[in-house]
Design a protein around this ligand. Structure first.
Ligand SMILES: Nc1nc2c(ncn2[C@@H]2O[C@H](COP(=O)(O)OP(=O)(O)OP(=O)(O)O)[C@@H](O)[C@H]2O)c(=O)[nH]1
Ligand SMILES: [Zn+2]
Length: 314
């Protein structure tokens, strides 16, 4: 009788549907699938995996099974009305990459920030294409309320380089960072600069796993500097950011500009939508007063509150 094979530790560095790429501490990568029906492992998960027995699975794209997930520090996810989609686990921070052009959606930015706040993951906002001049100045101005909320915000010009890239590198060092951004903001440019060749390699890997399917539907972890523990996680889908896991009654807690006025509300269970004596409503003012709530942000709050109060629609 042969001894039971030992479970080995690994890190999930990519997911493609139900399949995962698991990286061992020595750097070897293998395709694994989770045991059982549910696919629960996400990029950034520490797992224990088991090699497939000779003749089982090997050569069919499965080198092992994921037997156990280690406890997570956090789980960044979006949830739409029908399916829950996890982005990644065990993050140190989220980098929200937007650009002067194409114009970004403030609602999407707010949604990403709320998702980060809900999991207590610090966000960094980077505004790319500072070389564009006027459009950049305008976009930077639009972001004033977010600076007033205390968010870390960085101007960038990925195309022309410059010292801001050094500042970004400083912030990324030794950390695992999830990068989110709308199409055209410069995400591919950033990943290519930090990890030359990475996107090409991912395309090839994706093809091997999933012939013919589009490569950008997967989440992938890239090592910028493995020894220093610097990793970037690229995940598509900024557009479809549902927040249905967030309770409408807690929404204000995840919007710092709104949260700081809650103490002024007359009713402890104020929804800040129509109540008399609401500290939040009283603070909604146009202009750049540091302590006010911008009408745009208040509208985002109201829209999200309505959306989250509906509950799931099937
Ligand atoms: N002017 C200017 N253009 C930039 C800068 N960074 C990236 N771009 C350009 O913006 C366009 C979009 O950049 P990508 O890196 O492909 O953007 P992406 O976010 O990966 O977009 P998708 O591939 O659609 O997801 C490209 O034409 C880049 O050359 C910058 O700092 N300044
Ligand atoms: Zn109120």
């Amino acid at each position: 009788m042969s001894a039971r094979p030992a479970l080995a530790p690994g890190l999930v560095v990519a997911t493609h549907g139900r399949h995962c790429i698991v990286e061992s501490p020595d750097g070897t990568r293998r395709i694994c699938h989770p045991r059982g029906k549910k696919s629960t492992a996400v990029v950034g998960d520490h797992v224990l995996w088991l090699a497939a027995a000779q003749g089982q699975g090997q050569g069919q794209g499965d080198d092992g099974t994921i037997e156990k997930l280690e406890p997570r520090r956090n789980l960044f996810y979006r949830q739409d009305e029908i399916r829950t989609k996890s982005f990644a686990a065990n993050l140190d921070q989220v980098l929200i990459l937007i650009a002067a052009e194409p114009e970004f959606s403030e609602t999407q930015l707010s949604r990403a920030l709320i998702a980060a706040e809900a999991e207590r993951i610090p966000p960094i906002i980077a505004l790319n294409k500072s070389d564009l001049g006027e459009p950049f100045t305008r976009a930077w101005g639009w972001l004033a309320p977010y600076r007033a909320m205390g968010y870390d915000m960085l101007p960038l010009s990925l195309k022309t380089g410059g010292e801001s890239s050094g500042e970004l590198a400083q912030r990324l060092k030794g950390k695992t960072t999830l990068v989110l951004g709308p199409s055209g903001a410069g995400k591919s440019t950033l990943i290519n600069q930090l990890i030359p060749g990475a996107l090409v390699a991912t395309g090839e890997l994706s093809q091997a796993l999933n012939t013919g399917k589009h490569t950008t539907t997967s989440t992938t972890l890239y090592w910028v500097d493995k020894e220093a523990g610097t990793a970037m996680i690229d995940s598509p889908g900024f557009q479809e950011f549902g927040l249905h896991h967030v309770d409408a009654r807690h929404l204000a807690d995840f919007m710092p500009d709104i949260k700081r006025h809650i103490a002024g509300c007359k009713f402890y269970n104020c929804t800040h939508l129509h109540e008399p004596g609401c500290g939040v409503i009283a603070a909604v003012k146009p202009g750049d007063e540091a302590d006010s709530i911008s009408p745009r942000r208040y509208k985002i709050y109201g829209d999200l509150f309505a959306e989250l109060s509906q509950g799931p629609r099937y």
